[in-house]
Design a protein around this ligand. Structure first.
Ligand SMILES: NC(=O)c1ccc[n+]([C@@H]2O[C@H](COP(=O)([O-])OP(=O)(O)OC[C@H]3O[C@@H](n4cnc5c(N)ncnc54)[C@H](O)[C@@H]3O)[C@@H](O)[C@H]2O)c1
Length: 433
């Protein structure tokens, strides 16, 4: 282990990349933010300025960075889903370890290609499965490892995406259309949940997957009477609509980094007037949710069978009033049930006198993004890159394969009305802890 600070590069100066970079930069004794690559001039220059990056270490894309003479210890890749492979392969070829945003990629072939490139170049690819670090899910994993509920029989999880969140990300926003972003909503939103399920299964391979879902609500034929094409232009029900762009992004101030992306170049000079005008003009976030070019489903259920017979389900529902993630794991000796947004877990066991006992475990979920997962993941990345012992949450490429395979196969199963089988060679590649 060297005492010199790690030299870290950032590829993709977007919302996620900057967030991890800021967390990493807090460890100024251990880390130096040493290079930036992004085709967006405004973002690239902002990052170079914020982290004092030498001008010779500033690049317009991942390829140029990989071909340069810059020396790095690792790279944070925060590009969008459809660019993960093309931006990561050159970094691996250069011999750099990578912290890669999820989903790893958008299809099985690319997963294979990346796996082989990482092995060939003997590089680590750590995947940003931030929920593995959230204290809520760490507590669940510890209860399982301690044998509190015996052998798992079933796992049921839910992700309830709130009405304003589904609108900003999956109807108006960048994950709305799988032909553009490459990811269906299951991979973009729930690859975390599918990853958690496989993490709870501690290396048992999934074998079969089925799935059902559709886009039921956010399409033109469901538009309510009086709605228009843009909230602030031709909508008669804007003042009573929960999806009103004005209400969500101006009055409630939600989702600023997405909603104001098209006007972010105004920097400190960005005013409310400019924002409102953009919603009236060409800002995609000013569109009516029933008149967008979205094609991802708004609800989907996935059913999984594992090699040892355990079954699991995950249900994604968009447009809920309250955002939440729930988990219910039933084992031979007890069960664990919880709701991440409430920060409560219940450990329930049969009892000879009363029917069952319940131990309530309260978890502080007030922390930063993803129940405190974002900051902890960055800390772990720095530890792993410094040669320290990985934590129980560390997600290598091998650890992430099963969850991603379930996601890819679930969409195939849903689209083809079939039951999909996980390919044998992929089962062998996964990490059998
Ligand atoms: N871990 C999580 O929970 C979580 C949450 C939200 C989003 N994400 C994922 O994070 C990723 C980034 O999302 P975002 O909202 O920050 O995206 P973003 O669009 O804000 O940022 C991506 C940046 O990559 C840059 N870029 C594009 N091509 C490039 C290239 N060839 N070389 C270098 N830079 C390039 C773009 O100019 C942009 O600035 C996505 O894959 C997304 O799905 C993960």
């Amino acid at each position: 282990m060297s005492n010199k600070p790690l030299k870290i590069g950032l590829v993709g100066a977007g919302h996620r990349g900057i967030l991890y970079t800021r967390y990493a930069a807090k460890h100024s004794d251990k880390v130096k933010i040493w290079a930036i690559a992004d085709p967006n001039d405004y973002r690239r220059n902002q990052v170079a300025k914020e982290f004092n990056i030498p001008s010779e270490n500033v690049f317009s894309d991942a390829d140029a960075l990989a071909k340069s003479n810059v020396e790095l210890d690792a790279v944070i890749n925060g590009t969008m889903d459809q660019y993960h492979i093309q931006t990561t392969l050159p970094l691996l070829e250069r011999g750099w370890d990578v912290l890669l945003e999820k989903p790893i990629c958008t299809n099985e072939q690319d997963l294979n290609t990346l796996y082989e490139a990482a092995n060939k170049n003997q590089c680590k690819v750590m995947v940003c499965h931030v929920l593995r670090y959230a204290p809520f899910y760490v507590a669940v994993k510890k209860l399982l490892l301690d044998g509190e509920i015996g052998d798992i029989l079933t796992i049921n999880t839910e992700e309830n995406v709130s009405y304003h969140h589904i609108a900003v990300a999956f109807i108006r926003g960048r994950w709305r259309n799988k032909d553009i972003c490459g990811s269906p909503i299951l991979m973009a939103k729930c690859c975390h949940d599918l990853d958690l399920i496989t993490w709870f299964m501690s290396g048992v391979a999934p074998s079969k997957v089925a799935s059902f879902g559709s886009l039921m609500h956010f399409k033109p034929e469901k538009a309510p009477e009086g709605s228009g094409k843009r909230c602030l232009v031709d909508c008669k029900i804007e003042r009573e609509c929960p999806y009103s762009a004005y209400n969500n992004y101006i009055e409630k101030g939600l989702w600023g980094p997405y909603a104001w992306e098209s006007v972010e170049h105004h920097g400190d000079a960005l005013t409310e007037e400019i924002k409102i005008e953009s919603l009236k003009q060409d800002n995609p976030y000013g569109r009516c949710v029933w008149h967008c070019d979205n094609n991802v489903v708004d609800h989907q259920t996935v059913i999984i069978e594992f090699e040892n017979g355990v079954t699991a389900t995950h249900t994604l529902t968009g447009a809920t009033s309250k955002p939440s993630r729930t988990v219910h794991i039933i084992g031979t000796k007890g069960e664990i049930e919880g709701n991440m947004s409430d920060g409560t877990l219940v450990l329930r066991k049969p009892d000879l006198k009363i029917e069952y006992t319940e131990k309530i475990i309260d978890i502080d979920v007030k922390g930063d993004g993803h129940g405190g997962g974002d900051a902890r993941l960055t800390d772990d990345f720095i530890s792993v890159m410094s040669g320290e012992q990985p934590s129980i949450s560390t997600t290598s490429l091998e650890d992430s394969l099963y969850g991603h395979m379930i996601g890819f196969e679930a969409d195939r199963a849903m689209n083809e009305s079939t039951i999909a089988k996980i390919p044998e060679f992929m089962k062998k590649r996964g990490n059998n802890e």
